[in-house]
Design a protein around this ligand. Structure first.
Ligand code: SF4
Length: 288
């Protein structure tokens, strides 16, 4: 049978499909009435009938339903990651690694060439925020804006993340934000397993150093990497999990919310659970 696509195009399509899958999108359809354009649809969300999304780009939620008591589900304590050639073992205890400083970890990372992502990067995006934060957000990988500035979540999705953080009554500088891999994958594809294996030891050291009360994984790649699971994010999104002594919750990536605004309602429910865990109240609206 003749090949339908050239190999290079097929690879690009596969990369793009994997990227959509990481965002929770598994349904594609064509609209014959519109020139055969391909559309993507998110996988069904259990609470799709929930009220209008609460996290709007400029509007904060009006009311806060009390979240249910936290249910903690234990998961594997240590993901099977590759130990870096230098620096402490990943499998040293979290207690020992928490004595490290972020500065020392950044120094160990250096001008890293441990994986092939170093070829296309402009700047390493190490992480940003409070080194003693109670709350750490972990995303997938830097995009174009992050690569140019060397800071995580500074593009459109980053702006939405900032609004989510502020909706929780926090400032962005009060939390810590980082990614599973610290260099931008070409054409924003999902990081590959060897890249995740090379880079994620530094993520683990960062988290152990910060020792946050809560970790929020943004999107499937971050959650699957940290939790070492192949389950789809919709199967455990919004549940309390436990990882290396930290409470962890996975929720949708802000980039997914930009494409699927109705999913903001689900994310807001998740963030309210995080707020309850951190003892945060909704900020009071000023009277105009
Ligand atoms: S992605 Fe991580 S391991 Fe790979 S080159 Fe960048 S910093 Fe190094």
């Amino acid at each position: 049978m003749p090949e339908r696509f050239p190999a290079s195009l097929q690879q690009k399509i596969e990369d793009r499909l994997r990227y959509y899958e990481d965002l929770g999108i598994r349904l594609f359809y064509t609209d014959r009435g519109r020139g055969g354009a391909i559309f993507v649809a998110p996988e069904p969300i259990a609470s799709a009938s929930s009220p209008a999304p609460v996290i709007e780009e400029t509007v904060l939620p009006k009311s806060t339903p009390k979240p249910a008591p936290a249910k903690v589900v234990p998961v594997a304590a240590h993901p099977p990651l590759v130990v870096p050639p230098s620096g402490p073992s990943l499998f040293e205890s979290a207690d020992k690694l928490k004595d490290e400083t972020l500065l020392k970890i950044r120094e160990d990372l250096g001008e890293c060439t441990r994986c092939k992502l170093q070829k296309g990067r402009n700047k390493i995006v190490f992480g940003d925020g409070n080194p003693k934060a109670q709350l750490v957000f972990v995303g997938e990988a830097p995009g174009a804006d992050e690569d140019a500035q060397g800071l995580p979540f500074v593009g459109r999705a980053g702006k939405l993340l900032t609004q989510m953080i502020e909706a929780m009554g926090l400032q962005r500088s009060e939390v810590y934000i980082c990614n599973v891999v610290k260099c931008r994958p070409p054409e924003n594809r999902a990081p590959e397993p060897d890249e995740v294996a090379a880079c994620s030891p530094f993520l683990i050291r960062q988290i152990d150093s910060i020792h946050p009360k809560v970790i929020v994984c943004l999107g499937a790649t971050a959650a699957k990497t940290i939790l070492n699971t192949t389950r789809g994010i919709s199967q455990f999104r919004g549940e309390w999990l436990e990882w290396r002594g930290h409470k962890l919750m996975a929720t949708y990536h802000p980039a997914y919310l930009l494409r699927n605004p109705p999913a903001k309602a689900d994310v807001w429910k998740d963030l309210q659970k995080v707020m309850a865990e951190l003892g945060l109240q909704l900020p009071k609206k000023s009277k105009s």
